[in-house]
Design a protein around this ligand. Structure first.
Ligand code: AMP
Length: 249
């Protein structure tokens, strides 16, 4: 079984985000970038499927500027077999990403596609659902346990107030949540080996996809600075302040 994993290059989760002075977006110049953390979990799961003999090939795909190839290399160092890089300097929105992934999937014909549940830069949580809809495939989102049984996939989903178990027919699209696994660190020998693994480069035009944005960002702004707290003398004063100043009760 072939598994395709989508990996996005995003601002590293440890970086304190800075807003561009003109409010047009987030500063990415001279900022540490990494693989979206949920995508690391997706790659880990795909590599484990290969190690357990369920999958025989793991292909990872990324859409983004030239440097996204570093993100693909990181996935290859974790154990993926080869990469596909759709080179685009523009900001590619989830619908366009889903269309580009569909074009890749039409060619590659994987039985399972694994994505992160959301990218930590745009926080959209849209691409996996849109992709499943475009393909007309089964989908399991927010997956925290994944198992195979009788040619189907059993997934446990983290939903409001509990866990939901679903049995999905293949082919399927799965988006992964935090508790699915703990991604491995790539060892030095595997980082060296990954340099020799193939990455195919393509473009939205070659894939026949119109990736032009449908949305316009009006303004990006910092959240208001938090005000300092105060000490109250009594519970009665607290209630009074909550009722008459904060007006929350
Ligand atoms: P989003 O819908 O933007 O929150 O992204 C959800 C997931 O879709 C991510 O965790 C990735 O697996 C995948 N994805 C989104 N954008 C890209 C991209 N530019 N390249 C590759 N995968 C992506």
């Amino acid at each position: 079984m072939k598994v395709l994993v989508a990996v996005k290059r995003v601002v590293d989760f440890n970086v304190k985000i800075r807003i561009k002075s003109d409010g047009s977006g987030v500063e990415t110049d001279n900022v540490k970038m990494s693989m979206n953390p949920f995508d690391e979990i997706a790659v880990e799961e795909a590599v484990r499927l290969k190690e357990s003999g369920v999958a025989d090939e793991v292909v990872c795909a990324s859409i983004g500027p030239a440097k996204s190839s570093e993100t693909i290399r990181a996935a290859l160092a974790m154990g993926a077999d080869r990469g596909i890089h759709v080179v685009s300097d523009a900001d590619v929105e989830p619908l366009a990403v889903a269309k580009l992934l569909k074009a890749i999937i039409d060619k590659e014909d994987p039985r399972l596609v694994i994505l992160g549940k959301q990218a930590i830069d745009d926080d959209c949580n849209q691409t996996p659902q849109m992709l499943a809809a475009l393909l007309g495939w089964s989908q399991g989102t927010f997956v925290s346990v994944l198992a195979f049984e009788g040619g189907r996939i059993l997934v446990t989903r983290e939903v409001d107030g509990g866990l939901e178990k679903l049995s999905l027919a293949l082919p399927a699209v799965v988006s992964v949540d935090l508790r699915l696994n703990e991604p491995r660190y790539a060892s030095l020998p595997n980082i060296m080996k990954a340099k020799k693994k193939p990455i195919e480069a393509t473009t939205p035009e070659e894939l026949g996809v119109d990736a032009a944005p449908r949305l316009t960002t009006i303004k990006v702004a910092e959240p208001p600075a938090r005000q300092a707290g105060i000490m109250v003398e009594s519970a009665a004063q607290l209630v009074d302040k909550l009722r008459n100043e904060a007006k929350v009760i």
